[in-house]
Structures are given as C-alpha cells and as structure tokens.
Design a protein around this ligand. Structure first.
Ligand SMILES: [Fe+2]
Length: 477
C-alpha cells in the first residue's frame, strides 16, 4: 500500500511538471515499466491537465480479468500468480457459459480462456464475447496440442495474444500487464478523440467569431475611408472655389473642363480610380497659372509677348511642382505636367508623343483645348468639333478624340443649348450658366460656364442674404 502511495505522489509531481512544460510524460505503473511520451503541445495547459487526470484515474482503476478454464487446478494457479497484486481483480469461470454470466455482471477488461473445454469450446466462447462485448480484450491460454485452433482464432482477429500451457509466471504477468496497459491507453485515446472533436467545434466557432469581428472592423475602416474621401472631395472643391475667387477666368475654365472631362471619362468607361484621378487633374490642370496676368486666359499663345509666353510655357511644370508637394495630390502631378503634350510630339514641356503621354493628360488636352476654342477663341461648337477632327492623330489621341466628338455631337441642351435669361432665384439644375453669379460686394460666387447643380442651388439658398436674387443671368438649356 505504501508503494502505491509513493507511486501516486510521484505521478502527481510529474503531472505538475507536465502542466508547466505543456508535455505529458507518464511512467506506467506496471512491472514492465515503459516511458510513454505524448506530444500535446498543440493543446492548452488546461487540456494537458484534463488528459493527465484521465490517465491517472485510468491507472488507478483495478484491471478486471476473467480466466475461463474447465481445469480447476489451472484456475487456482492463475489466481495465485496475481495474488499479491492490489491493482488487479481476478474472476474465474469453469466454462464458457459461466464465463458469459460473469461478463453480464462484472465490468471485465480482459478474458483469458482455454480453448479445449468440455462443454462450450474456447473458440465458441471467444466468438460470443467478441459479438456481445467488443470492448473486452481477449486472450488464449491453452496447451500445445490446441495450437491449430489458436492460430485460427488469431487469424480471425478474435484474440489479442496467445499464451501456451504450461506457462512461465513472469511471462504471463508481463503479457497480462501489457494487455491492461493497451486497454487503458485505448480508452484514454478514445476519450481524447471525443474531446478533440469538441475542441475542433469550439475552434470553428472561434474562427467564425473572429471572422465576424474582422468583417466589422473592415466595414468601420471602409466607413472611415468614405468619410475621409468625402472630406478630401470637399477640400478639392474648396480649393477650386478659392482659385475661382483669385482668378475668375481660370476658375470658370477649370470648372467647364471638369464637366467635359467627366463626360469623356464616362464615355470611355474608365475605372473609378483612374476616373477620379483624371477629374482631380481637370480641377487643377492650370493651377500653375494662378497669379498670372489675365491676358493669359483671354489671348491665344501667339498673341502673347515673350515674357507672358514664357510663363505660359512653364505653367505645366509649375503646376506639377505645386501639386507634387501635396502628398494626397502627388499622384496627379504627372498628368498636370503633360496636359499640353501633343500626340505627334510637338507639345510642351517634354515633347512626349503617343502613348508616352498618360491617358489623363491626353484627355485633358482635348477637353481643355475645346473649352479654349469656344471661350477664348470664340469658335462655335461645330467649328470646334471640326478643328478637333482635323487635328486628331496630330494633337489628339484619335480614340479619345472620336469619343469626345461623339459626346459633343449628342449634346443638344446644356452647354450648347438655347439661350435665355433667368433670375438667380429661379435657376434650376441642368441650366448652363453664361454669366457669373456675384455677391453683393462684387466678389464672384459662381463662375460662368458651369452647369447648375442641386448642390449649387443649396449653396445659393444658404448665402441668399448676400446675393441679389432678382438679378438675371444668361443661361443655356
Ligand atoms: Fe494649361
């Protein structure tokens, strides 16, 4: 008993060690001591605990063995072999039928049977045990003369081991202990498998929960990105308003070019990212002219003196430098630099040609030139279209020029529709402004050349006290 207590203490200390290291190392209690190492590093410490306690409980349970033999003397000898072993409980039966009765009443772990018995043969008995109690381990202990029956039983898979009579006590004990150890381990593994199934289910639930959390976080980031983008768009619009205040003609030209560029991007079915980049470029394509003399916006390049001409030729490079210094607008700086490049390589500042010029710059070259033809040179829409057609493949990308002309030819109202005058308070979305809307103090509020939008009407209502609402402006519709 004291040995058993010592053994239990040893096991407890070892299990504590197991928990700390995340490993389970167990020394079996049986005579033939074997070290069994289990790698449970994938489980948590709590799992290691559970496993260790299960194993300890299994080891502490008595192994129940049923010996079946019609030789009374053999049963007595077998009992004597395990007489001093407190960990094993021995049951005996003088035949197969009696053995089955024992199995009905006791929770037997292992049956060991003779094969040659007077009533029910050992093979018959084993077959019934296998059918009714598949979890019970089966062994044969029989004489040499029964070897062929034993082999048959082994081959049918009905027994775990075969032992021959007469036996050597030590061999018999070692075999029985091994069998009990095998039973214990099988039971523990089965129990562990059940737990692993539960753990897997928990893990799947955890993964689902984490996925839902990530999706939620992603949606929050998307919302935030949407808010930042709206703020950015408002800042771009504010900057355009400031440019309009500083340079009336430049503001009006930029807003008209933005409208035309939006139409052309839609016609070309550009992707959202590309479209957005080009629209921003349209807003700021001439920002290098802020502060320049007004004649640069009203006269053709051939009519400028050498100083003004030099400023004009430098404005794409200056614009690139201004926007290049702003991190969020840096991506459009290249388009600003190239918006006066020509398809045949005769443009400025770099003399790029064809596909060397970015699509955004090729588009703004078209829309900006068209606006200058109409508002700077006084050409009609039809004359401007004819010029664009003639210059296609020289100044303009023919594919873009074709798409742009299609848009212009389709437009009957708005930009080039019928002319009339209406009071500021009666403006409606879609009307194309031919005159500026100014504040009472003379500052420009909305430049001519833009299309009235819902947002613009809201802005007019918001600042109604500062505007002359009965003042009439020219519109096209
Ligand atoms: Fe320009």
């Amino acid at each position: 008993m004291s040995d058993l207590l010592f053994f239990c203490k040893t096991i407890t200390i070892m299990l504590l060690f197991i928990r700390l290291r995340g490993w389970a190392v167990v020394i079996t209690k049986y005579e033939k001591k074997q070290a069994i190492l289990f790698d449970f590093h994938l489980l948590s410490h709590e799992d290691d605990y559970n496993f260790a306690y299960q194993l300890e409980a299994a080891l502490m349970e008595k192994g129940k063995i049923l010996f079946v033999d019609d030789e009374e003397e053999a049963l007595l000898l077998l009992k004597r072999v395990f007489f001093d072993d407190d960990n094993i409980e021995i049951f005996t039966a003088p035949g197969g039928e009696e053995g089955l009765r024992v199995l009905e009443s006791a929770d037997i772990d292992l049956v060991v049977t003779n094969l040659r018995m007077s009533k029910m043969s050992g093979n018959e008995f084993l077959k019934i045990v296998k059918d009714r109690y598949p979890e019970v381990l089966r062994m044969i202990l029989t004489g040499y003369s029964d070897i062929s029956s034993a082999i048959k039983a082994i081959n049918k898979g009905e027994v775990y081991r075969y032992l021959s009579k007469p036996w050597v006590d030590e061999d018999l004990k070692a075999t029985i202990y091994n069998a009990l150890e095998y039973i214990n381990m099988k039971s523990i593994i089965k129990s562990q498998n059940k737990e692993l199934k539960v753990l897997n289910t928990k893990l799947e639930d955890k993964v689902k929960e984490r996925t839902a959390q990530l999706e939620k976080a992603l949606n929050r980031v998307k919302d935030l990105a949407g808010t930042l983008k709206n703020n950015f768009n408002e800042i771009v619009s504010l900057l355009a308003d400031v440019v309009s205040l500083l340079q009336k003609n430049l503001g009006a030209h930029s807003r008209r070019v933005v409208e035309l560029t939006e139409l052309l991007c839609d016609e070309m079915a550009l992707k959202n990212d590309e479209r957005e980049k080009i629209i921003y470029s349209a807003f700021f394509h001439d920002i290098g002219l802020v502060g320049a003399n007004e004649e640069l916006f009203t006269r053709d390049i051939d009519q400028l003196d050498s100083d003004s001409r030099e400023i004009y030729l430098q404005h794409p490079v200056i614009g690139e430098k201004i926007l290049g210094s702003v991190k969020t607008l840096g991506r459009i700086a290249g388009i600003i630099r190239s918006h006066h490049e020509e398809y045949n390589g005769t443009g400025f500042p770099d003399g790029l040609r064809g596909k060397q010029i970015s699509p955004g710059a090729r588009i703004i070259k078209l829309t900006s030139d068209f606006d200058n033809l109409v508002y700077k040179k006084g050409k009609s829409k039809e004359e401007a279209i004819e010029i664009i057609n003639n210059e296609s493949a020289k100044l303009y990308d023919p594919a873009f020029a074709g798409a742009f002309v299609r848009i212009l030819e389709k437009s009957t109202g708005g930009l080039h529709g019928s002319y009339c005058r209406v009071a500021v308070k009666n403006l409606k979305p879609g009307m194309h402004l031919e005159d500026d809307i100014s504040l009472k103090n003379g500052l420009m509020f909305v430049p001519s050349g833009v299309t009235v939008t819902k947002k613009m009407i809201q802005k007019i209502n918001k600042f109604s006290s500062m505007l002359q609402l009965d003042y009439e402006v020219g519109i096209r519709f």
